[in-house]
Write a protein that binds this ligand. Structure first.
Ligand SMILES: Cc1cn([C@H]2C[C@H](O)[C@@H](COP(=O)(O)OP(=O)(O)OP(=O)(O)O)O2)c(=O)[nH]c1=O
Length: 303
């Protein structure tokens, strides 16, 4: 299967090159290597608006897709691009000989899940504002996709700012818990964690993980090509009735604080769970099987 990217060469309006003048602060994120050794040139840039430019690009892409697909969502639009490529049209000659994979995440769960696939990758952690615009709060799947796009996009911009060369696939992801249409991210404090767990107790909720994969190609002539595709996977989790004492002692461990919905199904909180419908890894934070299947060409080139 061809990889479904909305392929574009850098051109007026979509250009993301190292020459670009943007403003805002930008401490380059830390990069760690998993699977094999790599080094990355780093420089500090100042006064740049990297994120807003990536956001603008995402918005333009989604709007263009909506126009093109008669109102269907961004993912559907990108699937149209996939079909174009499957039809043998790859005018940009986008698929390279080898790809470097970057996981744009500080989540140890995502690192472990991707490492399990035996694919070499580096980790790049970036500070991304995860505040959701009010209109997205009512559309959880779109919200997870948007945050995943932001996380990958900010790392793409950093890499371009640093003058990275070659072909790089950047993966961003975001996991949210949704109960009765209300989005639960990470708890703000222990009492927020208690509130979330009490709400989830004895009921079923969804866990949505959005994943955005950006493919960037910077040949020696500096003519940047860039495409991305975003998907979301949903699993349903049914919780047992949780006794207040159990919630209290779990919150006291501190474990809920960095997890959407205030629990980690992969650890002691598995005792809260009656049933999972759907992919378990999606709940933990990364639907790796789907990612590897849908982006098999990229991962094949990275091995
Ligand atoms: C529901 C659930 C979530 N989680 C975690 C996965 C994510 O790490 C976290 C949701 O927060 P995210 O904002 O998706 O991710 P993150 O901030 O941890 O990492 P990054 O943005 O750098 O990629 O919750 C579990 O580990 N187990 C679970 O059962």
């Amino acid at each position: 299967m061809h990889v479904g990217y909305d392929v574009r060469n850098a051109h007026e309006g979509d250009r993301m090159s190292e020459n670009q003048e943007v403003t805002g602060d930008s401490t380059i994120g830390q990069e760690r290597t998993v699977g094999q050794e790599r080094t990355t040139g780093r420089r500090r840039t100042t006064g740049r608006e990297r994120m807003s430019e990536c956001d603008r690009m995402v918005e333009r892409s989604c709007a263009a897709d909506r126009d093109r697909t008669g109102g269907r969502d961004c993912e559907a639009g990108h699937q149209d691009a996939e079909r174009d490529l499957e039809g043998g049209q790859d005018p940009e000659g986008f698929m390279p000989d080898s790809v470097r994979i970057v996981l744009a995440s500080g989540s140890p769960r995502r690192r472990d899940l991707l490492a399990r696939e035996g694919i070499p990758f580096t980790i790049r952690v970036s500070d991304v504002d995860e505040t959701l615009e009010p209109d997205l709060l009512a559309h959880p799947e779109e919200a997870a996709k948007k945050l995943a796009e932001r996380k990958a996009g900010v790392v793409v911009q950093e890499l371009l700012d640093e003058g990275a060369q070659g072909t790089i696939a950047v993966i961003g992801a975001d996991t949210i818990v949704v109960h009765d249409g209300v989005i639960f991210g990470k708890p703000e404090n222990p009492s927020d964690a208690r509130r979330m767990l009490s709400t989830l107790s004895g009921d079923t909720h969804e866990v949505i993980t959005g994943v955005s994969v950006w493919l960037v190609n910077v040949p020696e002539d500096g003519n940047v090509s860039l495409g991305f595709r975003t998907l979301a996977e949903t699993s349903r989790v049914r919780f047992k009735k949780l006794a207040p004492g159990l919630i209290e002692s779990y919150v006291a461990t501190g474990e809920p604080m960095d997890k959407a919905g205030a629990y980690g199904i992969q650890s002691v909180a598995d005792v809260f769970v009656d049933e999972v419908s759907g992919d378990f890894d999606t709940v933990v934070g990364l639907p790796v099987k789907r990612i590897v299947a849908e982006f098999s060409e990229i991962f094949g080139l990275a091995r």
